[in-house]
Design a protein around this ligand. Sequence first.
Ligand code: PLP
Ligand code: ZN
Length: 407
Amino acid sequence: MRVYCIECGKEYGLMDRVYTCRSCGGLLDIEYDYEAVKEVVPSVWLKRSMGVWRYLELLPVLNPSLRVSMGEGGTRLVHCRRLGKMLNLRHLYVKDEGGNPTGSFKDRGMTIGVTKALELGVRNLICASTGNTSSSLAAYSARAGLNCIVLIPSGKIALGKLAQALIYGAKVLAVKGGFDEALRIVRELSAKPDFYLLNSLNPYRLEGQKTGSFEIYEQLGGRPPDWLIIPVGNAGNISAYWKGFKELTLLGLTDLRPKMVGVQARGANPLVKAFRKHKDLTPLDQVETVATAIRIGNPVNWRKAIRAVEESGGLLDDVDDEDIIKAQRLLAKTEGLFVEPAGAVPIAYLMKHREDGLIDVDDVVVCVATGNGLKDPDIAIRFSEKPKEVEPNTECVLEELRRIGVV
Ligand SMILES: *Cc1c(COP(=O)(O)O)cnc(C)c1O
Ligand SMILES: [Zn+2]
């Protein structure tokens, strides 16, 4: 197991407190002794229950007895037959990451990141967050008995997520600015020995998140999908999923790899712009979208994400807020899946682009629904018809049902 810079190759130790390369500023990644791991998987995996820790041989943990876990991962892969019929896809699946302990995929990364914090002996965990990172870090810090400090963009975080961070006992500071500014401050603070950074710059977090790929591979009966469609904010998760799929081939478990489709909101689409122009990323100062989880103008993991998309033969695209809301409601109405707006972004992409002829009716398509709908009740209610008040008698209820044409 080794930690290295993806730009210059410089190596770091597994007990170094480092987030980006000290020589060139590049992102870090972790590599395992795949030949050795090959000897024992998948048989050791099959003996363990579903979830992040099932894949211990591919996790960067030196002392698993320190593990801080709440049963993260092992989420459902839902075959969406009704929605699939509407979108002309026979094998449409949604990976329901809202089923994680704090309601988003962030828990997959935090179980590893906070375990790592215990290994390193640090006490103050810090992050900038559009919401879910703070919910998750706050919960895992509580469970580990560590301090949690979160910086959120003032007034721009969904109600449920704020409630979570507060009740789990995090110190929450609302920065008068956007996520990108909050992250800049947190990065400066984490250069000091007092703070340990748990944004997705932290390479250990992404190691936990990649287990989503391993689960999908297993849940599809031992194959990856043809397409993986995923929302993109800071671009850590798309990078993590691609790494997971690549590792499956390095272990000789499959020859197939999915095409990765990263989807941003049109009002926060710096990666889509960079991808279209074949240029380096230009950060956007002003970003706005109803999908607050991906309201990010300067995604730190953009180099990894572009590589993932290009290596896989996939693409990056964007959808507007109206489509996101439509997709969120359609997924709920057809499949009983209530996801937060960012989680519906892949479905919005499919609704817009089924006519492009890119995806075949028989292709296996997995959409990652990244977060639970209950996190953002305001949005769900704002776009729904309010319940009508009626008198407490059966005739009045029947009359109202007739009036609206139900009976
Ligand atoms: C964090 C988050 C994202 C974005 O993931 P990145 O790794 O930042 O690209 C998308 N959806 C939800 C619900 C999230 O919490
Ligand atoms: Zn470097």
